[in-house]
Ligand binder design. Structure first.
Ligand code: NDP
Length: 165
């Protein structure tokens, strides 16, 4: 079977923080719009805690939620018990992995591309993204911005996996 291309979509702070008490540490509306544009039309794969922090399926996207609890279910969601099962569902269709920390860590070795919103400020966080190893990942695009509303810089950055021969 041809395996789909996986893209991780994540927003990180200056210390790779991504969450606090099962929610986002910041509110950056430009990033919400970027997330929507990036994921629209693609299957989204997420951990059960991230799904519960969002609270409902993301519209116009196939929502795949990973939980070890075989009985976990929610309307509008396809529930699976492993990352492999999620990959089995999507087949060759490109998909986005949208968190959280546990699922990012497990999916990173299987991923080809990272779309990262890098926020230039440190927040109080209890969930983190793994370090992006520059021997394995190369930065291919970077758009730099400043949020007047929040008073911090942020960048939309794309990394691609360096192919090993
Ligand atoms: P996750 O969203 O990664 O969900 C964890 C759950 O996923 C586990 O409790 C388990 O569910 C299930 N799970 C994980 N690994 C496996 C596996 N191998 N097989 C089967 N099920 C598995 O939770 P985290 O706590 O790590 O991350 C949540 C945090 O991340 C929140 O603060 C959230 O706001 C933040 N976040 C931030 C993002 C950003 O871009 N800044 C994006 C997404 C989330 P169960 O317990 O049901 O078995």
């Amino acid at each position: 079977m041809i395996q789909s291309k996986l893209t991780i979509v994540v927003a990180t702070d200056a210390q790779r923080g991504i969450g606090i008490r099962n929610s986002l540490p910041w509110r950056l509306k430009e990033d919400m719009a970027h997330f929507k544009r990036t994921t629209m039309g693609h299957p989204v794969i997420m951990g059960r805690k991230t799904f519960e922090s969002i609270g409902k399926p993301l519209p116009n996207r196939r929502n795949i939620v990973i939980s070890r609890n075989r009985d976990w279910r929610h309307e509008g969601v396809e529930a699976v018990t492993s990352i492999d099962a999620a990959l089995g569902l999507i087949g060759a269709v490109p998909a986005c992995v949208i968190g959280g920390a546990q699922i990012y860590a497990e999916a990173l070795p299987l991923t080809d591309r990272l779309i990262v919103t890098e926020i230039g400020k440190t927040f109080d966080c209890d969930a983190f993204f793994p370090e992006i190893d520059t021997k394995r990942w190369k930065e291919v695009t970077r758009e730099q911005y400043h949020s007047q509303e929040n008073g911090f810089d942020y960048a939309f950055v794309t990394y691609e996996r360096i192919q090993e021969n």
